[in-house]
Write a protein that binds this ligand. Structure first.
Ligand SMILES: Cc1cc2nc3c(=O)[nH]c(=O)nc-3n(C[C@H](O)[C@H](O)[C@H](O)COP(=O)(O)O)c2cc1C
Length: 168
């Protein structure tokens, strides 16, 4: 299986989250791609893409995704499974908690990808989030500001569920 994890290597907390995810997968072949150096061809052709973005500016995707988003929406990703992770601050931004996870998910849903890695919203307190789908988030949201002690367990349980869903 060809798999990659894609995020900004300059983003401090996202990089920490990515490192936890890499460790939890135990996949030595997992390609580590810096979104700030990537173009469409860099992220095409993978069976599994694990994509990360913090939420910025009251509910926006981090700006380094902006260039690629329109190209992704015009591309067929139907052969890829996509899992999304992101960071948010549920106390500081309760109305836009982890919105980037939902925004990025929508981009890939529009390009025909199979989305995996939903998570429970239990244990989070917030008002609204674009990452919501019913009672679930469309990916993993870590909150370094308020719940950093839960990061490792959240990542491990998420990665375990991803590996299960890859068998389907
Ligand atoms: C200016 C600013 C705006 C933010 N906006 C949001 C937001 O709308 N929703 C949210 O959940 N978190 C928001 N955050 C929190 C960040 O997503 C969080 O701190 C994240 O861990 C930063 O990750 P990074 O270090 O990888 O950039 C914001 C943080 C800053 C500094």
């Amino acid at each position: 299986m060809k798999a990659a994890i894609v995020y900004s290597h300059k983003a401090n907390k996202t990089s920490k989250a990515a490192n936890l995810i890499k460790q939890a997968t135990g996949m030595e072949s997992l390609k580590d791609i810096d979104i700030e150096e990537a173009d469409l061809s860099t992220i095409k052709g993978f069976d599994l893409l694990i994509l990360g973005s913090p939420t910025w500016f009251d509910g926006e995707l981090a700006v380094y995704w902006d260039e690629l988003v329109p190209e992704i929406e015009d591309t067929d990703f139907s052969k890829s499974k996509i899992a999304i992770f992101g960071n948010g601050d549920q106390l500081g931004y309760p109305e836009n908690f982890g919105d980037a996870v939902g925004l990025l998910a929508e981009v890939f849903e529009n390009s025909g990808a199979t989305m995996i890695g939903k998570t429970s919203t239990k244990e989070y307190t917030f008002e609204s989030s674009k990452a919501l789908e019913g009672e679930y988030f469309k990916g993993l949201i870590l909150d370094f500001e308020n719940q950093h002690k839960m990061n490792k367990a959240r990542v491990e349980s998420w990665v375990k569920s991803l590996l299960e869903q890859l068998k389907d």
